[in-house]
Write a new protein. Structure first.
Length: 124
């Protein structure tokens, strides 16, 4: 049985709801690949991750190069934060301004922040 198959027995109510923070802008292809790996990592931990930066930037949804649309997407992602059990920040590719904004909002709302690395680095 694979790790994914083993998690099929987890009740949706038992899954931690986490907002996933990772970079998007800049090296978009590399950042998207990294974010997908982060989502997989969170799922394999038995979590239900939301990575709005991947959802809202898909073709035909919002244009991340348009300042207004980017801000709207960030705000839409933040609108879900109050439902999260934690904000998980994947740090291997650095902390972007958008990630920092998510962390600031989490702190303001008293939501735990967890830093993670996919590369096995020590995370402060």
């Amino acid at each position: 049985m694979t790790k994914i198959e083993a998690h099929h027995t987890i009740s949706p109510r038992a899954m931690r709801r986490v907002i996933l923070e990772s970079p998007f802008a800049g090296e978009i292809d590399a950042n998207v690949a990294y974010a997908r790996a982060c989502i997989r990592d969170a799922l394999l931990r038995g979590e239900a991750p939301l990575a709005s930066h991947l959802l809202y930037t898909q073709p035909g949804i919002l244009n991340d190069n348009d300042r207004n649309e980017r801000a709207h997407g960030i705000n839409a992602g933040h609108a879900w934060m109050h439902l999260a059990d934690a904000v998980v920040v994947y740090v291997d590719r650095g902390i972007s301004a958008g990630m920092q904004a998510g962390m600031n909002l989490a702190r303001f709302n008293g939501i735990p922040i967890e830093r993670r690395s996919l590369l096995g680095k020590a995370v402060p």
